[in-house]
Design a binder for this molecule. Structure first.
Ligand code: NAP
Ligand code: COA
Length: 258
């Protein structure tokens, strides 16, 4: 694996549950965790996609089907993973939905749908995992620059991710000292569904890149490395925070317009 300071067994024996881990950034995290020795379970709505993700991850990964909007369903998936892999050392809430639309172009149901998947879904995953956690667990939400910055066409995602960012702080306070709760805020990441939706053509992509301090989009591997960091003893005093893995996206002009 390119440019990693982590030893190949740094997560050996750890049990990880990743909601929304069946594609994109979260699947990248799942694959990285498995490569570093973790026992991994991923969950998404589509059972075929979940099975394909598990096969791609390898190492006996579990691919489970559950909608994070349904507390009972996601809890049942977590119980299944707990039964197979043991108490969770790492839980990631990464399921999300997004589309470009101005606030006046969204029905009440459109706004509610994204709030339900991103924010309520994260509450469901976090609330549902607590009694299934190992001692000194790391719980991580995948948030976004929209959580800190207003962006046009993103009323739903901005509201949802801002809520997640505040939830991270509350749960860090309530669940310390034995559970650490943090977020990762990726910037634009290459080859993902999220960016296919937010920058659907080359002109928009180039405009994004020009405003990023690093002058390029990031990779799933770069996000996964932050998740590995948060899940090791290197982050033993890190809780209640959001780590930007965004090449500077959230600073300056890049924060403002989609
Ligand atoms: P993606 O490939 O579309 O991944 C979304 C995952 O969530 C899939 O596994 C999907 O599987 C699952 N999912 C969606 N709705 C769900 C639901 N209701 N219940 C359970 N699972 C559900 O997206 P991505 O672009 O990699 O984004 C992943 C995360 O990174 C998101 O939290 C996103 O906000 C964040 N992020 C992405 C970027 C980026 O550049 N892409 C930037 C900043 C933040 P099913 O469809 O089978 O349910
Ligand atoms: N503009 C405006 N409204 C939209 C929209 C768009 N581009 N896309 C969907 N909606 C509206 C729908 O019209 C519906 O509202 P209505 O009932 O008033 O007509 C509402 O959003 C819910 O849509 P629906 O398709 O029923 O929801 P779903 O639960 O099946 O799917 C989505 C959720 C819409 C978020 C879907 O895009 C999805 O599953 N996304 C997951 C993948 C993803 O977004 N990845 C990127 C993560 S950053």
């Amino acid at each position: 694996m390119t440019n990693s300071p982590f030893r190949d067994d740094v997560l050996a024996g750890k049990s990880a549950f990743i909601a929304g881990g069946t594609s994109g950034i979260n699947l990248g995290i799942a694959k990285r965790f498995a490569a570093l020795g973790a026992k991994v379970a991923v969950a998404g709505r589509n059972p075929e996609k979940a099975a394909a993700a598990a096969a791609e991850i390898g190492s006996g990964a579990l691919g489970l089907s559950a909608d994070v909007r349904d507390y009972g369903a996601i809890r049942a998936a977590m119980e299944q993973a707990h039964h197979a892999n043991g108490p969770f050392d790492i839980v990631i809430s990464g399921a999300a939905g997004n589309f470009l639309a101005p606030a006046l172009g969204m029905s009440a149901n459109a706004f509610r749908t994204v709030i339900d998947i991103d924010l309520n879904g994260t509450f469901n995953v976090f609330r549902g995992c607590h009694d299934l956690l190992a001692a000194d667990a790391s719980v991580i939400a995948i948030t976004a620059p929209q959580g800190e910055n207003a962006m046009t066409m993103q009323a739903h995602a901005c509201a949802a991710k801002a809520g997640i960012n505040r939830l991270i702080g509350v749960l860090a306070l309530e669940w310390g000292p034995h559970v650490r709760v943090n977020g990762i805020s990726p910037g634009p990441i290459e080859g993902t569904e999220g960016m296919a939706r937010l920058a659907p053509d080359a002109t928009l992509k180039a405009a994004h890149e020009a405003r990023i301090a690093m002058k390029r989009w990031g990779t799933c591997h770069e996000v996964a490395e932050a998740a590995v960091f948060l899940s090791t003893s290197a982050a033993s005093y890190v809780t209640g925070t959001v780590i930007d893995v965004d090449g500077g996206t959230s600073k300056g002009d890049a924060a403002r317009a989609v």
